[in-house]
Design a protein around this ligand. Structure first.
Ligand SMILES: *[C@@H]1O[C@H](CO)[C@@H](O)[C@H](O)[C@H]1NC(C)=O
Ligand SMILES: *[C@@H]1O[C@H](CO)[C@@H](O)[C@H](O)[C@H]1NC(C)=O
Ligand SMILES: *[C@@H]1O[C@H](CO)[C@@H](O)[C@H](O)[C@H]1NC(C)=O
Length: 128
């Protein structure tokens, strides 16, 4: 009986230490900012291979922006590679991007502006 009790308490200690190793990361320091995209918008038309400015509001920018900046295009099918811009200053409110020459004209493109993979522009057209 003594033996069983010792084994049981050893297991309890082992499980407890495993749980503490797997303790959750502190998320409270994250301050991902989703700037409101001004352009492109529903009335914007870009052209394949052309260079355009993505613009967004900066008046509500937080003091510290911890999330990295990046711009992608997406359609209903998902995010498109390659990244069009990254590492720029989110406080600038504007970033030039070039539409890759191998993209297909369509009316359902959206710009994704990181901070956040869910921060999308409205659908807009890219023509030949
Ligand atoms: C929509 O985007 C165009 C540029 O594509 C810009 O000139 C226009 O001001 C934007 N419209 C609004 C309401 O912000
Ligand atoms: C993007 O905006 C910058 C700053 O306003 C401007 O100098 C540049 O010509 C613009 N680029 C395009 C492609 O319109
Ligand atoms: C911004 O970051 C600095 C340096 O990490 C920190 O001292 C300051 O408290 C932060 N401010 C806010 C509003 O989070």
């Amino acid at each position: 009986m003594k033996f069983t009790t010792t084994i049981t308490s050893l297991i309890v200690v082992l499980v407890a230490s495993m749980l503490s190793v797997a303790a959750p990361i502190d998320h409270t320091k994250r301050d991902v900012w989703d700037p409101t995209i001004i352009s492109p918008n529903a009335s914007t038309v870009w052209t394949i291979g052309g260079t355009f400015n993505v613009t967004w509001q900066t008046d509500d920018a937080p003091v510290n922006i911890s999330n990295g900046a990046a711009i992608f295009l997406r359609t209903d099918a998902g995010m498109l590679q390659p990244v069009l811009a990254q590492g720029f200053d989110l406080r600038s409110g504007s970033q030039e991007v070039t539409v890759p020459a191998n993209f297909t004209p369509a009316t359902n493109y959206r710009v994704v502006l990181f901070g956040d993979s869910g921060n999308w522009s409205p659908e807009f057209a890219i023509t030949a």
